[in-house]
Design a protein around this ligand. Structure first.
Ligand SMILES: *Cc1c(COP(=O)(O)O)cnc(C)c1O
Length: 374
């Protein structure tokens, strides 16, 4: 079977290989069969290996849902009674984390920081010094809305210095930017199969310290479906997800993991960097400007400012690119028109070279001046 290949430059779901797509086509199976369970255990271990954790210290707990389910689960399950959640907010995904905490009515310390530069470690430390009742520190690793990369190693170290633990949302960096949970001081991270490992949507995972998950058994239970300890405990006892898993997505994830380890961490990260270099080269050639300085970017997302040309119309440019097999995506920056070009997925430099030809043609047919104007 031939499947049309689209190049997705949106921040996930990402372009997948045909082998991953086809891995979903399997004989019908009840996920309570031993055959299906035998896929889950090695998958959990592989997910821990990606961030260089020892499976005796760290574990992966799988859930059926999009990436946000992990934000919800980690935040609501890991806060002990009488403790406060501390969130460093410098982008749309950390704002989402704050919304989750407020929705549960949990005590929150929100430290707002500029969205276009690294957060202040001094201010973070000040909050920790003044609030001995912080239950965990939470920060987004890669703010996908802007492309900002946050300093997890330094913030994780501060959390530990003040006797608390560190949760980071690595949904848009995991299995792309190399992460080592020990060196990077990460107690909990999370991701979703449709991003870094280049699998399908519907399977997400929290990866974290067993000792803390076990201690959280005695923390308040704020959700029935979205509780980390309950799902962990069920996995440990039975090897299965508590409720129906996304069966075909799990098969695709298994294939994606094989391909991840075959490509290798370093080679894969080099490929993403090569893709971003090609994105940047095209921007420079066409005069496109970015919202963030390249020195603070993750290397995975570029947020491009809308040109001020009167003929600029994102929808029209998007539609032209889409018809030619390339998907671009609106930005997530307040008060600033931006669109995003992302280096996720099973794509390489030559795809970006092709993309820029199409993009340039889109500018031409819409009468937008080249190089673009600001
Ligand atoms: C994609 C993403 C998520 C999850 O978003 P969903 O739409 O729920 O899959 C969470 N955090 C970050 C940083 C992301 O990039």
């Amino acid at each position: 079977m031939e499947v049309k290949r689209n190049v997705l430059l949106n921040p996930g779901p990402s372009t997948t290989t045909d082998t991953v797509k086809m891995a979903q086509v399997v004989p019908d199976i009840c996920p309570r069969e031993k055959e299906f369970q035998s896929i889950m255990k090695p998958m959990r271990d592989d997910l821990v290996r990606i961030v260089h954790g020892d499976v005796n210290d760290y574990t992966a707990v799988l859930f059926c849902g999009s990436g946000t389910i992990c934000i919800d689960i980690a935040l609501n399950s890991l806060l002990d009674e009488g403790k406060k959640a501390f969130v460093i907010n410098n982008g749309s995904y950390s704002s989402r984390a704050c919304e989750v905490i407020r929705a549960y009515g949990m005590p929150l310390i929100e430290l707002k920081q500029p969205i276009n530069e690294k957060p202040s470690l001094t201010e973070i430390e000040k909050v920790l010094k003044e609030n001995p009742d912080v239950g965990y520190v939470y920060m987004t690793h890669h703010e996908t809305g802007s492309g900002l990369l946050n300093p997890i190693r330094e913030v994780g170290a501060l959390a530990h210095k003040y006797g608390t633990f560190f949760i980071t949302d690595t949904t848009s960096s995991y299995a792309m930017i190399p992460i080592n949970v020990y060196e990077d001081n990460v107690d909990f991270c999370m991701a979703s199969a449709q991003k870094g490992i280049m699998g399908m949507t519907g399977l997400s995972y929290v990866i974290g310290k067993r000792s803390i998950i076990e201690a959280s058994k005695n923390f308040p239970v704020r959700s029935y479906y979205c509780n980390l300890f309950m799902q962990y405990d069920f996995f440990e006892r039975t090897g299965e997800m508590h409720f129906t898993p996304p069966v075909q997505t799990v098969y695709a994830a298994r294939q994606a993991l094989i391909e991840y380890f075959t490509e290798g961490e370093e080679k894969k990260w080099n490929r993403h960097k090569r893709v971003m270099a090609a994105i940047h080269a095209g921007e420079d050639r066409l005069g496109l400007k970015e919202a963030l300085d390249r020195s603070v970017q993750s290397g995975l997302v570029s947020a491009v400012k809308y040109p001020t040309d009167p003929n600029w119309d994102f929808e029209k440019v998007h539609d032209y690119c889409y018809e030619h097999g390339f998907t671009i995506y609106p930005g997530k920056l307040e008060r600033q028109g931006t669109f995003r070009l992302c280096a996720l997925g099973a794509i390489d430099e030559e795809d970006i070279v092709e993309f820029w030809k199409v993009f340039e043609e889109a500018l031409r047919v819409n009468g937008i001046q080249i190089p673009v104007k600001y």
